[in-house]
Design a protein around this ligand. Structure first.
Ligand code: CA
Length: 182
């Protein structure tokens, strides 16, 4: 299971992130200041991804980044609206991406997904309902038989396979599979 560390001192934002990621099947641990995050990382340096707020009590996100870099865990910075300098600094310090607060859940999930895929942290083979999906080669089997799918059919199947027993809005599906303003 993918384990995400959420470092954010604003509890409502932290809870929202935790809720959205848990729903998608990620395991989450929350730290509410920089020192707590550093302690957690010392005890368990095996997180798959860190969502890191810049403005934190104790140790700020940039200082923490110096500590995280040797661990080679991908980081997505959570920055305030308009704080362009923060975003640039975060990327220069080695962050993979940033998200500007306030953000939509869908944007958060998309960015998390992209970074994890870049780091090949996603489950490579999914099996559900007798169907096997190899996400590395994008091939699909039902039992022994390989099924040929179009790109869109494949993306839809993958979306549903990754979100079992979950109802989704039509708009969510459009956005996740067809992208943007479809
Ligand atoms: Ca903060």
């Amino acid at each position: 299971m993918i384990h995400v560390l959420i470092v954010e001192d604003e509890k409502p934002i932290s809870s929202l992130i935790r809720m959205s990621l848990t729903k998608e099947g990620y395991r989450c641990t929350c730290a509410y200041d920089g020192a707590e995050a550093a302690d957690l990382l010392e005890r368990e340096p095996s997180f798959d991804l860190i969502l890191l707020d810049v403005m934190l009590p104790e140790v700020d996100g940039f200082e923490l980044m110096e500590y995280i870099r040797p661990l080679e865990i991908p980081v997505i910075f959570l920055t305030a609206k308009g704080a362009v300098a923060d975003r640039v600094k975060g990327l220069r310090l080695g962050a993979e991406d940033y998200i500007v607060k306030p953000f939509d859940t869908i944007e958060l999930l998309a960015r998390v997904d992209v970074v994890l895929r870049r780091y090949k942290k996603c489950d490579m083979v999914l099996e559900i309902g007798g169907v096997k999906i190899d996400t590395a080669s994008m091939r699909v089997w039902r039992g022994e038989e390989e099924i040929s799918l179009t790109k869109t059919e494949y993306d839809l199947l993958l979306l549903f396979a990754r979100n079992p027993r979950r109802a989704m809005y039509r708009e969510t599906i459009y956005e996740r599979v067809w992208g943007g303003d479809y």
